[in-house]
Design a protein around this ligand. Structure first.
Ligand code: 13P
Length: 279
C-alpha cells in the first residue's frame, strides 16, 4: 500500500482530498469502514489522546488495522492533535502511519522547534507528519479564539520544519457551530501559493458542502470530521434506548453504527464527488 505521505503528495498535485474520520469504539469504526467499503474510497482513521486513553494505544491501533483489512479498505491510522513529543513517539513506535504534532498554542519559534523534532523522529518510520499553524478553536473553547494562519508564517514554518502537511486556521473550529462558518478562501490560496504542500482542514463538522469542496479545489488535501460522528451515534442510540428494554447490546448498537455509515457515505461523496467525470 502506498504510504500516506506519497498519497497526499499525489492528491496535492491533483487537487483532491482524503476524508479523515475519528473513531471512538468498535461501533463507530465499523460505521466508518463499511461506508468507505461501500464507496470504494480510501480513508484516514484518526485517534486523539482521549480515544487512545479510552481504548488503549495498542488495542485502538490493532482494531483499526484489523478493520481496514477485514473490510478491504485502503486507509491509514493517524494521531490527531498529538500534544507531546512522548505521545508522538509512542504512536510511531506502535506503528501509526501518520502523526499530527499540535504546537499551535505555542509561540511560533517553539512550535517550529518541536515540529522539527517530530519530523526527524518520524523520518525513520517513514511516517507522515502534520502540524498546525494559526489556531483552530478546540472543543471546549470559544470560537473567538481562532487565530487565522498568516501566509508568511506558513512559508517560514514549512521551510524550517519540512513538515508533510499543514493544518491551517481559515475560519473553521472544532465542534458545533452556532453560525454557519465562513471560510477565508483568499487566505487559503495565499497559504497554498507560499507553501505548495498538502493543507488540512480541521473542524469539518457542520461546514457546508460547497465550502468544503471549494477549499479542496484551493489546496485542502485532508478534511477532518469528528463531532458529527459522535453526535450521530449517540443521538441514534439515545432515541433507541427510550423505546426499548432490550439488554442485548449487539441488537441495540447496529442502528447507531448504521447511522454513522450513512453519515460517512455522505461525507465521502462530498470529498470525492467533484472528481467524478461529469456526465
Ligand atoms: P470536528 O469535530 O469539528 O468535526 O473537527 C474534527 C477535527 O478537526 C479533528 O481534528
Amino acid at each position: 500500500m502506498m504510504d500516506l505521505k506519497e498519497k497526499l503528495r499525489l492528491f496535492n498535485q491533483d487537487n483532491k482530498a482524503l476524508l479523515a474520520t475519528n473513531f471512538y469504539n468498535f461501533e463507530t469504526l465499523k460505521g466508518v469502514l463499511t461506508a468507505a467499503q461501500m464507496q470504494d474510497s480510501a480513508i484516514i482513521l484518526q485517534l486523539t489522546q482521549k480515544s487512545i486513553d479510552y481504548m488503549g494505544l495498542h488495542n485502538a491501533l490493532a482494531l483499526a488495522k484489523a478493520g481496514l483489512k477485514t473490510y478491504g479498505v485502503t486507509g491509514w491510522v493517524h494521531l490527531d492533535h498529538g500534544g507531546s513529543l512522548e505521545l508522538v513517539e509512542a504512536c510511531l513506535k506502535a506503528g501509526f502511519d501518520s502523526v499530527m504534532y499540535d504546537g499551535s498554542e505555542l509561540p511560533l519559534a517553539q512550535n517550529i522547534e518541536n515540529t522539527q523534532k517530530v519530523v526527524r523522529m518520524a523520518a525513520s518510520y517513514g511516517a507522515n507528519v502534520e502540524a498546525e499553524l494559526g489556531y483552530i478553536a478546540k472543543l471546549d473553547q470559544s470560537h473567538d479564539k481562532i487565530a487565522y494562519t498568516r501566509p508568511a508564517d506558513a512559508q517560514l514554518f514549512v521551510e524550517q520544519t519540512g513538515v508533510d502537511a499543514l493544518a491551517v486556521a481559515i475560519g473553521t473550529a472544532h465542534g458545533f457551530y452556532t453560525e454557519t462558518p465562513k471560510l477565508d478562501f483568499e487566505r487559503l490560496s495565499a497559504i497554498k501559493a507560499k507553501t505548495r504542500i498538502p493543507l488540512v482542514l480541521h473542524g469539518g463538522s457542520g461546514v457546508p458542502v460547497p465550502a468544503i469542496q471549494r477549499a479542496i479545489s484551493l489546496g485542502i488535501c485532508k478534511v477532518n470530521v469528528a463531532t458529527e460522528i459522535k453526535n450521530t451515534f449517540m443521538k441514534t442510540l439515545k432515541s433507541l434506548l427510550t423505546e426499548t428494554d432490550e439488554i442485548d447490546l449487539r441488537k441495540v448498537f447496529p442502528p447507531a453504527t448504521a447511522a454513522v455509515n450513512e453519515l460517512i457515505q455522505g461525507k465521502l461523496k462530498m470529498v470525492n464527488e467533484r472528481f467524478q467525470p461529469v456526465s
